[in-house]
Structure formats: structure tokens, C-alpha cells
Design a binder for this molecule. Structure first.
Ligand code: BGC
Length: 718
């Protein structure tokens, strides 16, 4: 949206306090009747005045279109320059109509699904008065103990980059549509690498590793035009990210040319005090503004300290001016100076929430996001069979995931409801068996009787929503409570049984995988979860999902990820024991299910893998081709995955790296040729000087159905 407003002129006319106000973000309760009346609670904790509240530039987490309108109206009335407020919120995988969690969306390997999530949730949010969403989170994650793995798209820089771009496109579009909202890529940087998967924990890694694995997805979001970046809570190279000018000035602004707004994470500026790099409010404010944080979220060190720091000559006012200008420009870009209410419309919003069109969209995305992990002739189910649904997740509507702030459980389709919609209620029976947590086995007997009376059993197991997400790290990532005991007893009955898992992370399910004949990973599937699962179980949708993250064999292997280095003593054999190799005495090195893994209801055969030449010059490309045929009896989609390994580098190189993939949908007997153009760019990496270069030498090109089952051909870069 273009606008004639001259933000530089506005800036010139602002007092220092007014400028600093633009850099403060407060939650909506600060503007509620209560907060306006008495200075208590959060208000008094922040230690700021009523005047400062009405000078703050943005609001976090407004509850409805009506509330946003009311706050905006009052605010503008009070604002000397009629500068509108920005409203921001966490619209992560849906506003009211909830998509599956991002880890699930990533499992579809289809970026159109991320785009669709951005568009649908962006529209519902825009109608509700939101201008900016704190999404996408593109943090690379190798540790499923970390609760926020659910909010990521997994362990691979290439896949994460594709999804980062697609989410940004979905939310922001070209910003000409009033239903487009600003995206904010987070958490910059490497928040997903916290030690032991423990929330908010230390991150320390080489610069080379940071650039090779962790930075690409943020960079992809910047290249896709994201207009905001959020800092992370963790340290990087010994400095909390919110005070790191290396991250925000050197990399983000100078190297990548980002000219949008940087916001701190919630309270992260103040957290530099417990981190131990600053002693007080003045020091954290100075560090953050110098590092390049424009907006402070939910602490008030800028408001409390920046004015004095400028007056004492410790902080240059020009730093504040730069930050304020960026905030004003964002408001201008949203067209807020002309129309501070933008797309806000409570009644249109009510019509959009969970409307048929949005339900259809989330159902399709959810069904494409599920990963079939095992299937010994149980699936697809037959609509004539009598079904017993057993387990604590079987009729539970809390399957939206931990980031579904506005989603409503009562609008959510449970698994039992979804199956009943598909085959009719009379064919479906249900017994909970046990709780998600706890050790009460009283329900086991009833569950067994219900299972025995049916033709097929669906065992619905998993985590509660709040067992992942922020603050949701787990040290043990097995099924909670006595669910595995329930599973053992039910599976011992010998009925055809499929386990459906609801969870926000890869779980340790090694024992279960040995005894269950079929397992479907449904993640937290969102508002239409039950219907989408039924679509997959009955074969109306042939499962297409592939794991974007490894499922560990045991928690003790973590981190276990596919694109690791070889070591000097790699374990070469799974069968022959050798002590002095890089291995465990009591666990395989390999995960239970590798990156890229997933089954469907048909089979594909790969033949004739070829390269167009055995060597390439830098200016040339090589073409890899492979024939892929549907050798089964139903149509299906295969995700043809191409990996590359640099065999000898000046630094160690990963065993394989995903460099491209194609999804092909084939009917039985149909065969297609799938190609990948190998370019010099794909062979580049960060050398010891952190230069991004391709080194001449031998490489391997690989193709296959997942990161473990690959055919290999060597080639050379000359
Ligand atoms: C989270 C962010 C989120 C912010 C605002 C923080 O605690 O880390 O991801 O955007 O809160 O809700």
C-alpha cells in the first residue's frame, strides 16, 4: 500500500520521549479499562507511566477486532501526531481455524501448504485487527526434547528455507491486499540449538556451523521479503542474541541488506541481566539499541533508560531515529496513516472463522501432513469394518497444538468424530483405556473388551498439547503415562491395529514400532484433525508426508540427524562389532526413522539413475535423471529426494545434504523421468575463512525415497 505520508517529517517533529515510545511494545491488557484506571500488576512492574503507555508504538496480542478498534481509536485521539498503533500477535498455524502444527506442515514437503496456512490465517487475523504475525519460526532443530520443535519445520537447512519462504509469501503476499499481514521471522538466531533441548538454554557453535546449518532459513525469509525479524533468547558466540551486533548489524543488515524492523523476543532485552552481560536497565538498553533491536517487547528498558543515555551522550540519538523511522515506515507500508483500522471488521471476521472454505483448506493440509511410519497390511481401512477406537487421544478435541491461541476445542473434529463421519456412528466404538498421564489402569479391561468386539482397532496415543511448545522441553520423549502399557495389552489381542500418534515432537517409539503393525504420525492436526486422519486411514488420501526430522531410536542418541559429518572413525557396519569406532555400545547410530522417510499405499520403483556427464566445470551444470514408476495398485505421490556429498573438502563436509526434491503423482504403472539440475551453487559451503565457495574435486549425487535409501553416482567438479 503506498502512501504520501512523509515519515521523516513526522520523525523530526517528535520529542525524544515520543520517539522512544514508538520502540515500546506492550500487551493489550495495558490498554484495558482496568489498566487505564489503576497502576497495578503488570503496569507497576514495568515501572512506566500512563503517558508512556499511550506513547507506545505497538500492542501485543489483542483479543478481538472490537478491542483493537477501541484501543486504536482511543490511542489516536491521544496521539499528538495521530500515529497509529501496530497490532502484533502470534498467528503461528492458524487464527481461529487451526492448521496442523508447522512441524506437520513441514512433513508435507509441499510449500503450498505453508502458503495456504499464511493466507488463510493471515486473512482471519487481519479481519480481527492484527497487522503483524510473529511467524514463521524457522529455527533449525535437531533435538526433539525441545518443546518448540513443533513450531519448526525440522532439521534440514534446505527444507527449512523452502518453508520459510513459503510462509512469508503466504502471510505477506505482495502487501497490496488488506488481508496480507506482515511476517516476522524468528528467532534470530539458532534458538533451536539450545543445549540438551532445554528451553532458553545456551547456544555455542562455530561461526562456520552457524552459517552452514542454522542461518540459511532466516536468510531465505529475508530474501523472500520478510519485513520483521525477532531476536532469540539464547546466546550466540557468548553474547545474548538480543545484544549481538554481530548478528543484527553485521549479518542481518550489512551482509543480508535487511532494512525492516527488528523486535526483541518477550523480555529478552531485560534478560541480558540474568545472562550476566549487563548489570542494570541502562546497560541492557544501551546494548540492545546499539546491537540494532528496534522494538522492545514487554520490558521497558528503552522507555526507562534511553532518554537519559542520550542526554548523557552515551547513546547517539541517531540510533533511536533510525529505529523509529523503520517502525514508522512499517506503519506507512501497512497504510495505517490513511486507515488505522485497515482490514478490521468483526462481522466479516466472524463469517471467516472456521467457514467451510477454511475448514476445507485445513483438512487438506492436515491430511497431507501425516506420515505413515509403518503399515503391515492394516491400512487403508475398509468402510465396512467395525472400528474400536482406543486411547486417551481417541475422542479428544485438544489436538490443536500448543500455539493455537484463538483456536477453539469445541470447533475441533476429534478422531472418533472424523471416523464416524466417514463410516457412520454405528460402526464406531470407543474406550479411553487410560489418561495421557497418570498410572490408572482401571480402564484397560473395558478397552480390551471394546477392541475384541471390533474388526479393527485404532489406538490413539500421544502427548497433550501443553507437553510441547514454549517451555515444553521433555527429558524423556516416550509416550507419557501408561499409554505404552495400554498399547501392549491391546496389541496382544492380535486384532489388526493402527496406532495414530498425536504429538508435537518426534517421540521415542522404538518398542511400539516393533509390536504395532501400523503407525500413522498425525502430529497435532488442527481443527479438522479427525476428518483428515479418517481421510488418510480410509485411503481417500494416500499418505504423502515425509519426516522433516529424524525419529530417534533412543533419547540417548540425540542429537541424531541425517546431515552429520563422518568422523575419523565412522561406524561402517551394523553387524560386525568394532570397539574403537564412533558408536554406542547399547544403541545403533541410526535413528529409528530417518529424515525424508514416509510410506504410502503404493510402491515406487527407481531405475536408470544417470548424470549427464561425469564431470562439470564451474560455469556448467549437470543433469541428474531418474525414472520413477508407480508399481502398486493405487495412485500415489512420491517425494523424489536428491542429495549431494562433497567427498573431500578443505573442511569436513556432511555425509549428505538435501539439494532438491520433486513430488510426482502417478497412477499405477505410470512412469516419469525426474530431473535435478546440479549447479555450482549447490556445491558451495563455508570454508575455514567462512567464504562461501565450491571446491574442485569429487562429489556424490544421490537419489532415493528417503535419506537412507539412496542410489549413488560420483562426479567431479573441475
Ligand atoms: C516467544 C515468541 C513469541 C513471543 C510473543 C515469546 O515468549 O518466544 O516466539 O512470539 O513470546 O508472544
Amino acid at each position: 500500500m503506498s502512501s504520501d505520508i512523509d515519515t521523516k517529517t513526522i520523525l523530526k517533529d517528535l520529542t525524544l520521549e515520543e520517539k522512544i515510545g514508538q520502540l515500546q511494545q506492550l500487551a493489550s491488557p495495558f490498554y484495558s479499562a482496568k489498566a487505564r484506571g489503576e497502576i497495578t500488576g503488570p503496569l507497576s512492574e514495568l515501572g512506566i507511566t500512563q503517558e508512556a503507555i499511550w506513547q507506545s508504538g505497538s500492542v501485543l496480542g489483542v483479543n478481538s477486532a472490537e478491542e483493537a478498534s477501541e484501543i486504536q481509536r482511543k490511542y489516536i485521539e491521544k496521539s499528538r501526531h495521530k500515529i497509529p498503533l501496530l497490532f502484533m500477535a502470534d498467528i503461528i498455524h492458524g487464527y481461529r481455524t487451526i492448521f496442523p502444527i508447522p512441524l506437520a506442515i513441514g512433513s508435507s514437503w509441499n510449500p503450498e501448504n505453508a502458503k495456504c496456512c499464511g493466507e488463510v490465517s493471515g486473512k482471519e487475523a487481519a479481519l480481527s485487527g492484527i497487522h503483524v504475525t510473529f511467524a514463521p519460526m524457522v529455527d533449525l532443530v535437531r533435538d526433539p526434547r525441545w518443546g518448540r520443535v513443533m513450531e519448526s519445520t525440522g532439521e534440514d537447512p534446505y527444507l527449512n528455507s523452502i518453508f520459510a519462504e513459503a510462509f512469508v509469501e503466504g502471510f505477506q503476499g505482495d502487501m497490496t491486499d488488506p488481508y496480507n499481514i506482515i511476517a516476522c521471522v524468528k528467532h534470530f538466531a539458532a534458538y533451536g540449538a539450545g543445549e540438551a533441548g532445554r528451553e532458553y538454554n545456551t547456544v555455542d557453535m562455530s561461526d562456520r556451523h552457524l552459517r552452514e546449518y542454522y542461518l540459511p532459513a532466516y536468510k531465505a525469509a529475508i530474501e523472500a521479503g520478510v519485513k520483521m525479524v525477532m531476536t532469540s533468547f539464547n546466546t550466540v558466540h557468548g553474547v545474548p542474541a538480543s545484544g549481538s551486533s554481530y548478528l543484527m548489524r553485521d549479518i542481518l543488515r550489512e551482509e543480508w541488506g535487511f532494512d525492516g524492523v527488528v523486535i526483541s523476543d518477550w523480555g529478552a532485552i531485560g534478560e541480558m541481566i540474568p545472562h550476566g552481560v549487563a548489570a542494570n536497565s541502562e546497560e541492557v538498553a544501551q546494548k540492545a539499541i546499539e546491537a540494532g533491536v528496534d522494538i522492545e517487547m514487554m520490558t521497558s528498558h528503552y522507555v526507562l533508560s534511553l532518554k537519559q543515555l542520550v542526554e548523557e551522550g552515551k547513546v547517539s540519538e541517531s540510533l533511536i531515529d533510525e529505529a523509529v523511522l523503520r517502525v514508522l515506515n512499517l506503519k506507512k507500508e501497512l497504510g495505517l496513516f490513511e486507515n488505522p483500522y485497515r482490514a478490521i471488521d468483526q462481522s466479516k471476521a466472524e463469517r471467516a472463522y472456521v467457514c467451510n472454505e477454511h475448514r476445507k483448506a485445513v483438512r487438506e493440509v492436515a491430511s497431507e501432513s501425516m506420515v505413515l511410519l509403518k503399515n503391515e497390511q492394516v491400512l487403508p481401512l475398509n468402510k465396512e469394518q467395525k472400528i474400536a477406537i482406543i486411547g486417551p487421544l481417541g475422542d479428544r478435541n485438544d489436538i490443536l497444538g500448543p500455539w493455537s491461541w484463538k483456536g477453539r476445542k469445541e470447533e475441533t473434529v476429534t478422531l472418533k468424530e472424523g471416523i464416524a463421519h466417514k463410516v457412520g456412528e454405528t460402526r464406531v466404538t470407543f474406550a479411553k483405556g487410560c489418561g495421557i498421564i497418570g498410572d490408572d489402569q482401571l480402564g484397560f479391561e473395558e478397552a480390551k473388551q471394546v477392541a475384541l468386539a471390533a474388526d479393527v482397532v485404532i489406538l490413539a496415543l500421544g502427548e497433550a498439547s501443553n507437553m510441547s511448545g514454549e517451555g515444553g522441553s521433555r527429558a524423556f520423549i516416550t509416550l507419557p503415562g501408561i499409554q505404552e502399557d495400554l498399547a501392549k495389552e491391546i496389541l496382544a489381542l492380535g486384532k489388526p491395529t493402527v496406532v495414530v500418534l498425536f504429538n508435537g515432537r518426534p517421540l521415542e517409539i522404538t518398542r511400539l514400532s516393533q509390536i504395532a503393525p501400523a503407525i500413522l504420525e498425525a502430529w497435532f492436526p488442527g481443527t479438522e484433525g479427525g476428518n483428515a486422519i479418517a481421510d488418510v486411514l480410509y485411503g481417500d488420501v494416500n499418505p504423502v508426508g515425509r519426516l522433516p526430522i529424524s525419529f530417534p531410536y533412543t533419547v540417548g542418541q540425540i542429537p541424531v540427524y541425517y546431515n552429520c559429518y563422518n568422523t575419523g572413525r565412522p561406524k561402517l557396519s551394523e553387524t560386525e562389532y568394532m570397539r574403537y569406532v564412533s558408536h554406542f555400545l547399547d544403541s545403533p547410530n541410526k535413528p529409528l526413522y530417518p529424515f525424508g522417510y514416509g510410506l504410502g499405499y503404493t510402491t515406487f520403483e527407481y531405475t536408470d539413475f544417470q548424470l549427464s556427464a561425469t564431470s562439470m566445470k564451474r560455469i556448467e551444470t549437470l543433469v541428474a535423471t531418474v525414472k520413477v514408476k508407480n508399481t502398486g495398485s493405487v495412485a500415489g505421490t512420491e517425494t523424489v529426494q536428491f542429495y549431494i556429498r562433497d567427498l573431500v573438502g578443505s573442511t569436513v563436509r556432511p555425509l549428505k545434504e538435501l539439494k532438491g526434491y520433486k513430488q510426482v503423482t502417478l497412477i499405477p504403472e505410470e512412469e516419469v523421468e525426474v530431473t535435478l539440475e546440479i549447479t555450482e551453487e549447490m556445491l558451495k559451503f563455508h570454508n575455514m575463512k567462512c567464504e562461501f565457495v565450491a571446491e574442485a574435486g569429487r562429489f556424490e549425487a544421490m537419489v532415493g525415497t528417503n535419506s537412507e535409501s539412496l542410489e549413488v553416482i560420483e562426479f567431479e567438479l573441475v
